[in-house]
Design a protein around this ligand. Structure first.
Ligand SMILES: C[S@@+](CC[C@H](N)C(=O)[O-])C[C@H]1O[C@@H](n2cnc3c(N)ncnc32)[C@H](O)[C@@H]1O
Length: 402
């Protein structure tokens, strides 16, 4: 056991201190706190530790409203005041974007209108009939029977998970604007869910077992800013509806009327459909088949006849587009843009690039390269994931003369 002072939070929301000059990451520890720690992992370059005693607590520390907080790996910052989590995200975003992309200005982080109950999707692990999230960096299950970050409809359903009769597997629960639930069970168990009970106690849009619906549909409808989106059980959809709505508004502020737009990594078509009303043509590219089928349906139900979708890898599909392009919207997974995709985008010479990112480090890496050809006009953080260490970022880039 060793007494240490926590210097700051790392990119994953863990406290940082030094033990014999070696960087040590401490869970559930805040800057300025003096704590006793126990090392849980000793690596050549770093240690990991847990707090055994708080000697001096931070004034920013609050009592976490979640009883599972100390062990559950679902979120890291529920013991910090919301204002301080925003400050942490502002500083972190500025530091990363400055360090890797050389952009040294203050960056605003837009707060989430809803700081609890904001998640419209959760993924539970189920082990020997017990369900919950894993502990941080482990495959040890923390059994829980509520998650305060989940929508109220999901929280209500969690209490009835045992009616699904799953012993081992994974469970993905989604809710929409109307508190309907879309349940996706991944298991090899021969299960007999009590569908009658579940339907009489919850608004079940559908339950999908592996890839087959066992009741209802395999998709439901979500509404953002009066646009309708069909979302299949295996399609991506933005986790926080309020922040998604803010992203739509930011995009509309930056897109003018005659644009031809590429919506790369388009999911069910959200960002492109939102932008389509101001556009001549939109091309969407997405690798998940059901998401592309959803996007085609979504263009129709929102009466957008100026959108074409391609199913496949962005890197492979993008060179097939022969139109001249004014605006490229990219919203890639955490890995960001690969070199070939960046090169192809630059070769289109679009006048604008809108980059929506869920990983500031890969975003900063990509901005460093795009900066040679594009001015960074706007960077805004968005608190898509309150009380976690994650942050969403919106960037608007304009073409330099070349
Ligand atoms: C962060 S999500 C964004 C989705 C969408 N823009 C939205 O706002 O809902 C990233 C999407 O990229 C898709 N994707 C991942 N790798 C891809 C690739 N190599 N080519 C095309 N799409 C990909 C994923 O299936 C997912 O739908």
């Amino acid at each position: 056991m060793k007494e240490v002072k926590i210097e700051k939070l790392d990119n994953q929301g863990r406290g940082i201190c030094f033990v014999n000059n070696k960087i040590t990451f401490v869970s559930n520890a805040l800057p300025e706190e003096i704590v006793n720690i126990k090392l849980t992992k000793e690596n050549k370059k770093y240690n990991e530790a847990i707090v055994t005693e708080y000697i001096k607590k931070s004034p920013s520390r609050v009592d976490s409203p979640c009883p599972y907080f100390s062990t559950c790996g679902g979120c890291r910052l529920l013991d910090l005041s919301y204002e301080d989590t925003l400050k942490y995200k502002r500083d972190k975003l500025k530091e990363i974007i400055n360090k890797y992309a050389g952009f040294n200005k203050d960056i605003e982080v837009i707060s989430s209108p809803n700081i609890l109950n904001y998640r419209n999707k959760i993924t539970f692990k189920i082990v020997d009939g017990k369900y919950g999230y894993y502990e941080t960096s482990s495959h040890k299950l923390v059994e829980i029977n509520n998650c305060l970050l989940a929508s109220q409809a999901i929280q209500n359903f969690i209490k009835d998970i045992n009616h699904l009769d799953i012993k081992n597997g994974e469970l993905i629960i989604r809710s929409n604007y109307n508190d309907e639930l879309l349940i996706w069970i991944k298991t090899e168990d021969d299960i007999k869910p009590d569908i009658t009970y579940l339907k009489s106690n919850h608004k079940i849009a559908g339950i999908v077992l592996n890839d087959h619906p066992i009741t209802g549909d395999s998709s439901f409808i979500e509404i953002i800013n009066n646009l309708y989106f069909t979302v299949s059980y295996d399609s991506f959809f933005q986790i926080n509806r309020d922040i998604c709505s803010i992203i739509f508004n930011l995009i509309n502020e930056n897109i003018t009327s005659t644009d031809t737009i590429l919506d790369l990594y388009c999911g069910v078509g959200t960002l492109g459909i939102n932008a389509a009303k101001n556009a001549k043509n939109v091309y969407g590219i997405e690798i998940v088949k059901n998401a592309v089928l959803n996007a085609i349906t979504n263009a129709k139900i929102n009466k957008k006849d100026n959108i074409n979708y391609m199913l496949g890898d962005v890197g492979t599909c993008l060179p097939k587009i022969k139109d001249s392009v004014d605006t490229v919207i990219v919203d890639p997974p955490r890995a960001g843009l690969d070199n070939k995709t960046k090169e192809t985008i630059i070769n289109f010479k679009p006048s604008k690039i809108i980059y929506v990112s869920c990983d500031p480090i890969t975003l900063a890496r990509d901005l460093k390269e795009l900066k040679e050809y594009y001015n960074i006009e706007i960077i805004k953080g968005l608190d898509m994931f309150p009380f976690t260490h994650h942050i969403e970022t919106y960037c608007y880039l304009s073409k330099k003369e070349w």
